[in-house]
Ligand binder design. Structure first.
Ligand code: PFF
Length: 453
């Protein structure tokens, strides 16, 4: 493999931690976490989510980085290389393809949702106010009914994402994360403090952390598990691609611990900020996917300093989405550059254009094309279901089986470099807890566990 000599490497261990946190922290932590917690009994969902992050997410994150670094290539090549080294079938490369293609499919609708944030940021910037709940609802409906507005915002977001990846691994991806992530953390801390002063933080804390056993239904368990997956970017080649640029000295275990802690912290802090405002302004936490797009603009319009607060809030969400979308572009771009020898800028365009077109279809699926459905779902829902509910768990399951059962203890131990006890614990969890946990989510999604409800 001639390309390996010229492959980039992150500047240092912290750069890798930063970009991986950037991939993990995204719309999932803010938009999805808050509305899922809001509609799944608050603390019960949070508890399950935290347990799954520790029991499934962390071990799988380590396994994905391990494959990427050992295979030293884009997800497809990394799977091929490790399969060859460990005398496994080259068909395992298929797993790399599931991740790479899944990432592009996620990007096509992720970019449309991020486009909503671009639109709301613009509204906040120009001082648009919403006085009543009905107006907030109508405002959101007006956006999704307007294909031109949706398409424009989606286009802006795609250009931002593809542009960073085109600039390269270190000067594009790493630099963008180095600027955006610290800004994101700063904004989040200010927002949480502000939420505590202006909103009702104590009710938010009760809602998120007072454990109520009766709220712990099987549906909540499954939602918490699925979300742990999405929020840590697992199974979609993104983490594997990032891991392939990691130097051999870095300790994967402690690195992943940082990523998981930071990712969880962002979810919890934004939950605290969002719910303290929601409760402080007497609104319902269970209003569903529109929570941050309908509830918060209304809150912002009525609070002191609301416009500035709104601008920073949507900027924070945009940064989070942007650093995640970059990681969705990278797997295919690195495949094009490494396998086909295509220049990175051209590869980024070749990746971006089809995804952008598919995204335009997603924009239309809310309005002009809403009558066209796939298995009863519009294109947006169909893509979300296919990727986060089918491809991610399947791919995660396969990764756990591959690293846990196929690669062999010697190679895995050599790459992960954990001390004996820690290795035994991680390896056992990866071999048993992770596959069983994911299999349960998967069966539930297929409707095989409906009787549990
Ligand atoms: N983890 C991202 C979020 O929480 O928004 C979403 C994501 C990014 C999923 C990258 C999958 C992925 F490969």
């Amino acid at each position: 493999m001639s390309h390996t000599a010229t492959r980039s490497t992150w500047s240092n261990r912290w750069a890798f931690i930063l970009v991986t946190i950037g991939s993990a922290v995204g719309l999932g932590n803010i938009w999805k976490f808050s509305y899922l917690a809001g509609s799944n009994g608050g603390s019960a969902f949070v508890l399950v989510y935290l347990l799954c992050v520790a029991g499934i997410g962390l071990p799988l994150l380590m396994a994905e980085i391990l494959i990427g670094r050992r295979g030293h290539g884009n997800p497809v090549t990394a799977m091929l290389n490790t399969a060859e080294e460990t005398h496994n079938s080259p068909w395992w490369a298929f797993l790399g393809w599931i991740g790479t293609i899944g990432a592009l499919l996620i990007l096509s609708y992720y970019s449309v949702v991020a486009g909503w944030i671009v639109d709301y940021l613009w509204q906040a910037f120009t001082g648009v106010r919403v006085e009543t709940a009905a107006a907030a609802e109508a405002g959101f409906a007006a956006l999704v009914q307007n294909p031109v507005r949706l398409g424009l915002c989606h286009t802006i977001f795609m250009v931002l994402s593809v542009g960073v990846v085109a600039r390269g691994v270190v000067s594009g991806i790493e630099s963008a994360n180095k600027i955006m992530l610290p800004a994101l953390f700063l904004i989040l801390i200010v927002l949480t403090l502000y939420g505590a002063v202006v909103g009702d933080m104590s009710q938010a804390l009760h809602f998120l952390f007072d454990f109520k056993a009766e709220a712990l239904t099987s549906g909540v368990v499954i939602a918490g598990m699925g979300h742990a997956f999405f929020s840590l970017s697992l199974g979609m080649g993104a983490i594997m691609a990032y891991g392939s640029y990691l130097d051999r000295q870095t300790n994967i275990g402690s690195t992943c611990l940082w990523v998981v802690v930071a990712n969880t912290l962002v979810g919890l802090l934004s939950g605290m900020a969002i719910f303290s405002l929601t409760f402080g302004y007497d609104m319902l936490p269970s209003s569903g996917p529109g929570l941050i797009l309908q509830t918060l603009p209304l809150v912002f319009s009525h609070m002191p300093g609301g416009q500035v607060f709104a601008v920073f809030f949507f900027l924070f969400v945009l940064f989070a989405a942007w650093t995640s979308s970059i990681s969705l572009v990278e797997p295919f771009v690195s495949w094009l550059t490494e396998r086909c020898g295509i220049h990175r800028v051209k590869a980024a365009l070749l990746t971006g254009v089809p995804v952008w077109l598919l995204g335009l279809g997603v924009c239309l699926s809310f309005n002009d094309w809403s009558d066209y459905t796939i298995l009863g779902r519009n294109l947006f829902d169909a893509l979300d279901h296919l990727t986060s509910r089918l491809m991610m768990p399947l791919s995660g399951l396969a990764i756990a089986i591959y690293v846990g059962w196929k690669m062999g203890r010697a190679v895995v131990g050599d790459e992960i470099k954990l001390e004996r006890g820690a290795f035994a614990l991680w390896f056992t969890v990866l071999r048993f807890v992770v596959p069983i946990g994911i299999a349960l989510v998967f069966c539930y999604e297929l409707g095989w566990l409906k009787w549990l409800e």
